[in-house]
Design a binder for this molecule. Structure first.
Ligand code: UDP
Length: 318
């Protein structure tokens, strides 16, 4: 039975990964300091004998007696919203440490155990890109000092550190560049576009579009993403891998879809665009298709309906 340690195991993506790894037969050790992760996300695993939860910052020494086969580093604030207390701009030092100290700490742990290492990186390493879709060899357009830099640069450092351990110590490493992902267990207060739009629509508040709404994103449903992450983990591919859904949509169109699917009569309110808001984001997933035989399957409509159901329950509406 493989043993897998995952930092950020109580987060949105991390907790779904815990479920998937357990389903694959792993023993899972989830580490989370609950800064942005939530105990509720893993509450259903309380009686699972193959699951251990350690409430701890991934920057601190990880004392694990069992032999680890895999180390997955998913701990980090990840929402760009400056309006949310859990957004990385309001946790800039924690975010920089999650990308730097915690990455080195988990890489070292993997090296000591001879374990396979998977880094959760991000499409944010491309910054505000000049080309769409973004392939993995696009180096990005990122400012080292702009408001998003605490996240972008931390993840770029994390990738550099991962490649250094791969080259210097021949550590079997994997780098997933995760694009916008959505689904149940997102925080309703994280300020991201889908929790905001869905909760606004369900409670009759205006949907807040930042800027003119012509900016695009491409949203991947959580189960698709987790499938891609597992394939990447089990592959022998050590270069960065985009994982996301190439189905691109404007934020304005997304607002209309949410209104339609919730049956809401909410209005739309336009608010100023945040500084440095990327204009377009769409993954080029040719590499994932070729190397992993992976591409997303859940259509946005279906994923949105499942996510709306989740938030209905979260808000006590069903
Ligand atoms: N956005 C919006 N209204 C909101 C929240 C976000 O129009 O209430 C926009 C945001 O400016 C960005 C896009 O939606 O252009 C996606 O934002 P999100 O915070 O979800 O993630 P990002 O892709 O920027 O990391």
């Amino acid at each position: 039975m493989p043993t897998t340690l995952i930092t950020g195991g109580a987060g949105f993506i991390g907790s779904h990964l815990c479920d998937a790894l357990l389903a694959e037969g792993h023993r899972v050790i989830a580490v989370d300091n609950l800064l942005t992760g939530r105990r509720e996300n893993i509450a259903h695993l309380a009686n699972e004998p193959r699951f251990i939860f350690i409430e701890q910052d991934a920057c601190e020494p990880l004392l694990v007696k069992d032999k680890l086969d895999n180390v997955l580093h998913f701990a980090s604030p990840a929402s760009p919203s400056s309006k949310s207390p859990v957004g990385y701009m309001n946790l800039p030092v924690e975010t920089l440490k999650a990308g730097s100290h915690a990455t080195l700490n988990t890489l070292e742990l993997a090296r000591q155990h001879g374990a396979r290492y998977l880094l959760a990186s991000t499409s944010e390493v491309y910054g505000d890109p000049e080309i769409t879709p973004q392939p993995e060899d696009y180096p990005g357009r990122v400012s080292p000092t702009a408001p998003r830099s605490c996240y972008d640069e931390a993840k770029r450092f994390a990738e550099a550190a991962t490649m250094a351990y791969h080259r210097k110590f021949h550590l079997p490493t994997r780098i997933a560049r995760i694009f916008n992902t959505y689904g149940p267990r997102m925080r309703r207060d994280d300020g991201r576009v889908l929790p905001n739009f869905i909760c606004q629509a369900l409670t009759g508040q205006p949907l807040t579009i930042y800027g003119d709404g012509k900016q695009t994103r491409s949203f991947c449903y959580i189960s698709d993403l987790v499938g891609g992450l597992l394939r990447l983990l089990h592959s022998d591919y050590s270069q960065p891998m985009n994982l996301g859904d190439p189905d691109e949509i404007t934020i304005e169109q997304l607002a209309r879809e949410v209104l339609e699917l919730t049956g809401s009569t909410s209005t739309i309110a336009y608010e100023p665009a945040p500084e440095g808001d990327p204009q377009r984001r769409q993954p080029d997933i040719r590499r994932a298709k070729q190397v992993l035989g992976w591409s997303p399957r859940v259509p946005r409509r279906e994923g949105l309906l499942r996510t709306i159901e989740f938030f209905r329950t979260e808000l006590g509406l069903s």
